[in-house]
Design a protein around this ligand. Structure first.
Ligand SMILES: Nc1ncnc2c1ncn2[C@@H]1O[C@H](COP(=O)(O)OP(=O)(O)O)[C@@H](O)[C@H]1O
Ligand SMILES: [Mg+2]
Length: 258
């Protein structure tokens, strides 16, 4: 079943200061299967966040439509968990209260909130840090809190916007491995935005390569290399070569057009 169906989606922003329209996303068609782990790969400014924000319901497509689980996306919803580059935690709440934040909004009592939060705190490897505050945690740990918070609502889909981009190389690698482990456990659908070819290849079971702005889908392929993936293996490097050559072609085309 198609979990996410993106049909002929374009997005135009109006740039008021310059009194002109900016075409950010151009005629994107993408169908994402249930349980898939899709990486949207593209250079910065190509429209990745815009596309993700439209799936999340934060932005509306200018034309075309997006469906999640068969229902048209009109606004944000509990069926879609979102993880941002910065985890946007509440600094005055401890880990457990941050993870359970949505439950508080729903009126669930403190004890129930703590209980539900605990299994997700355990899942992301933060057992023992329930009473810590965001300022007492590392960047990687704060990002784990953001992931636990997104998982808590048992969403069908997790939307992740460069969640590990601000982390150091080693923490990033650990978080990538952890995310794959979590995905294998809970089997939700993940759409993961990144500008890193390596990250897309470490994570994705499918990789959609976007062009520069206006963002279009340049290539889209399944990548079923077994996990954990060996980044030095021939299969990994074959796929990397394929993507890099696409990117080079694209850059050359852009230079000729300029
Ligand atoms: N709210 C907005 N108003 C005007 N322009 C925007 C807005 N959001 C994004 N853009 C423009 O749309 C393009 C794509 O942005 P974005 O989706 O953030 O790219 P990416 O996430 O790939 O780096 C950029 O040129 C950006 O300046
Ligand atoms: Mg972005």
């Amino acid at each position: 079943m198609a979990e996410i169906a993106i049909r002929n989606v374009t997005k135009t922003f109006h740039d008021r200061a310059r009194a002109r329209d900016i075409l950010a996303v151009d005629t994107v068609n993408l169908t994402i299967a249930d349980h898939d782990f899709v990486c949207l790969l593209g250079p910065s400014g190509c429209g990745k966040s815009t596309l993700l924000n439209m799936i999340a319901g934060f932005e509306k497509p200018s034309t075309g439509s997006i469906e999640v689980g068969g229902a048209r996306v009109e606004r944000p919803g509990a069926d879609r968990g979102v993880v941002f580059q910065q985890p946007t935690l509440m600094p005055w709440l401890d880990v457990a209260d941050n993870v359970a934040f949505h439950l508080k909004l729903k009126g669930v009592r403190r004890r129930g909130r703590r209980e539900q939060a605990q299994s997700f705190i355990d899942l992301v490897g933060l057992t023992g840090f329930e009473r810590h505050f965001p300022s007492e945690l590392s960047g990687g740990m704060n990002q784990r809190v953001g992931i636990a918070r997104a998982l808590l609502m048992n969403p069908r889909v997790i939307l992740m916007d460069e969640p590990f981009a601000a982390l150091d190389a080693q923490t990033k690698m650990e978080m990538q491995e952890e995310l794959v482990r979590i995905w294998e456990r809970i089997r939700c659908t993940i759409v993961f935005v990144t500008h890193s070819v390596d990250e897309a290849l470490v994570l994705g079971s499918r990789i959609a390569v976007m062009t520069r702005r206006p963002g279009r889908i340049r290539d889209d392929f399944a990548f079923d290399l077994p996990r954990p993936r060996d980044v030095t293996s021939p299969a990994f490097n074959d796929a990397k070569r394929r993507i890099l050559s696409l990117i080079r072609d694209e850059a050359a085309t852009a230079r000729r057009a300029a």
